[in-house]
Ligand binder design. Structure first.
Ligand SMILES: C[S@@+](CC[C@H](N)C(=O)[O-])C[C@H]1O[C@@H](n2cnc3c(N)ncnc32)[C@H](O)[C@@H]1O
Length: 293
């Protein structure tokens, strides 16, 4: 059965407000809700809610009620999402992926890199992170926007997997990056990927569960922390993660299903971080938070 997206096109500030209103109305129900930047210069954003086609009438009616007070004449648009072609999907792993300014590709696709692309070469292997998963792609997109707007002096990639996110940070800015993973195979693969991508110096790989290593104090506190793990461990480690964050620092979290995002945001608000934005990719969300905002 087909899926549908109902959305409104507004400014960034309005999209955040509408996201709040939608979550208040739809609460713990199983609808994915999200905001997406459409045009940075024109400050055009979409606030969307996703549902099955059969639920459209009821959700549309409730969406209209949500908008009634503050945005009575805002048109609600609709988009029917394509049914997933599982055969094509199984071939996706072979294709390069674009996210923000990055093109993540396998070694067989070097010729697909165009001038202006920030290319990261990762072959599917023993560690997670080829760019195809919604969480990796979401992190890459937010990393690109944070690096555009801010000037972090160092970064931590917690749960580095293939090393793709740490490599992305180094491709954008020549700052020291600590990349850690609980899995020693991942740190070995990530180190090898960094070498393949020509970003060896300033990038340290350490095997450690959570924050259990002296490396965090030696390299931190960090202006930017990226952690693509899962909602439950992220919630648990919120207080500890924040102690390794520099004042005013940015945090990018992923590995979170759309329905879990409020619990994650609440845990990090409780630890002193403000929500900057949430982006949605294939049912997964990536959350950008900032200390003291
Ligand atoms: C979803 S993958 C993310 C990989 C890569 N950063 C990306 O975005 O594609 C999560 C990674 O976190 C690691 N991991 C899971 N729990 C961890 C923990 N408590 N401490 C450190 N790493 C952890 C896993 O071994 C895995 O490599």
């Amino acid at each position: 059965m087909s899926e549908l997206r109902l959305f409104v096109t507004v400014t960034e500030r309005e999209s955040e407000d509408i996201l709040e209103r939608l979550s208040f109305c739809f609460g713990e129900e199983d609808y994915a809700i999200g905001t997406t930047e459409i045009d940075e210069k024109a400050d055009r954003w979409e606030a969307s809610i996703y549902m099955m086609l059969a639920e459209e009438d009821e959700v549309h009616q409730r969406f209209r009620e949500v908008l009634q007070d503050a945005y009575p004449s805002l048109p609600i648009e609709r988009e029917v999402l394509p049914d997933i072609d599982w055969i094509a999907k199984s071939l996706e792993g072979l294709k390069p992926v674009r996210a923000g300014r990055f093109l993540v590709h396998g070694s067989h696709d070097r010729d697909k890199v165009k001038a202006g692309d920030l290319a990261i070469e990762i072959d599917a292997g023993q560690a997670f992170g080829t760019g195809h998963h919604g969480t990796t792609a979401g992190c890459l997109e937010v990393i690109a926007s944070v690096m555009r707007a801010r000037s972090p002096r160092n970064a931590l990639d917690l749960g580095t997997g293939s090393g793709v996110l740490a490599i992305a940070v180094r491709k954008l800015r020549n700052i020291p990056v600590l990349a850690t993973d609980i899995d020693p195979v991942a740190t070995r693969v990530a180190r090898e990927n960094a070498r393949l991508n020509g970003v060896v110096s300033g990038l340290d790989f350490v095997t450690a569960p959570g924050f259990h290593s002296p490396a965090f104090s030696t390299h931190g506190p960090f202006d930017l922390i990226i952690a693509n793990i899962l909602a439950r461990p992220l919630i648990k480690m919120a207080p500890q993660l924040v102690t390794h964050l520099a004042p005013g620092g940015d945090v990018i979290l992923s590995g979170i299903l759309a329905s879990q995002r409020w619990k994650v945001i609440a845990a990090y608000s409780g630890a002193g971080l403000g929500h900057v934005r949430t982006i949605w990719r294939n049912g997964w969300v990536t959350i950008h938070l900032r200390h003291g905002c």
